[in-house]
Design a protein around this ligand. Sequence first.
Ligand code: GDP
Ligand code: GDP
Length: 437
Amino acid sequence: MLPVVALVGRPNVGKSTLFNVLTRSRDALVADLPGVTRDRHYGVCRSGARPFVVVDTGGLTGEEQGLDALTAQQVRLAIAESSVAVLVVDARDGLLPQDRAILDELRRSGKPVVLAVNKIDGIDEHAALAEFAAFGVAATLPLAAAHARGVDALLAAVLPLLPADGEPSVDEEDAEGGVRVAIVGRPNVGKSTLVNRLLGEERVVVSEVAGTTRDPIRVPLERDGRRYTLIDTAGVRRRARVEEAIEKFSVIKTLQSMAAAQVVVLMLDAREPVSEQDLTLAGHVLDEGRALVIAVNKWDGLPAYEREQCRKALERKLDFVGWAKQVFISARHGSGLKELMRAVDRAHASATREMTSSELTRALEQAYQGYQPPLVRGHAPKLRYAHPGGHNPPTIVIHGTRTAHIADGYRRYLENFFRKRFRLEGTPIRIEFREGE
Ligand code: GDP
Ligand code: GDP
């Protein structure tokens, strides 16, 4: 399971800047106003040897009253869910009593703390570090998040503090066997209804005491003679205990189950417009390189006109994952489930498809002959040969010259060409260019 690292600190010290550097988040959110309240952000950091979930907790002021008390409570929950806390402080403000109060809070949690002294660009680093040495945090590191300086050292300090990893990698078969499937989606789209439907009503309730179980719940499933393992979906749990706080935390669980899965089923509600959250989830699947099936639920009894509207909206909004099969289902009535599981199988098969170097090189030659990349200062980039670079997602390594100048449009052309040629459905494809022979 992906471990969780919480970024904690007063407002305006640079947490969200660090978050964006760590997650390379596309929707960068950096506010210039002190004390702005905002939602927590979640992302996955893959820059180090081991990926982990990063939570930007928003901000503690160290004096928790009124609204701040609410934020403080959220931060505490985030800390409770995390393995390591990175306390970010502002070198330019120096050591403030609020920082001290937050540190005390972290120490009470018993979690390992890494102290990141941010904004050391253009100031005396040694003086800044010396001041914060008074905190007595063994791992105290200089950082300039806005310039991505000190990030590698920060990762080097954080990674050894993470708990050991017992997960099979995406390529490995599960001990239980079968394809690992995560069913994700916003609250109320019908995840538990689907899981119950798939499992059969009698074995539904998997109890869990709120907040104590750290391992993802895995449930074996057999259907039409094929084996699957359903991973830690909110739906596997009893609904009754789902309260606000826990519901919010399902973001972490969702990221973790996506990472542990081989195929992600993203569930949408046909009766609701496609939301920002749906798109964010799809974006995470894409970043993760996972195979994806989109299950559009509550299709039962939907008038023809609304079905048409829904299909159109999906096509438009989800075109960035246009390779993912959309299956229209009713979890309540059990319709479309055969097709859903077939799409899961296909996605998994595509994600693990064996492709030989000669097949790939032949396809590359044809693609190149059909349409060549635009000239760069009078010279055409040359693409010489290709070989496989891994599964989950299928990775194609292409060797050539001037490959750095190949535009996104051409990359997409190649991707589509390979996708058609090898009939890859339901999985992203990664293309890597290598310069030279
Ligand atoms: P947060 O409230 O803790 O999430 O802080 P933000 O990430 O929103 O940053 C607050 C302000 O500090 C923004 O104006 C950032 O541009 C600035 N900032 C963040 N990191 C650095 C840094 O490394 N150096 C400098 N000089 N400014 C920074
Ligand atoms: P979850 O929060 O994603 O696990 O969603 P639930 O499975 O709890 O379902 C939320 C609500 O949607 C419940 O009232 C379900 O009865 C309803 N629901 C789930 N699946 C369907 C479906 O296929 N059709 C219709 N009409 N309602 C559904």
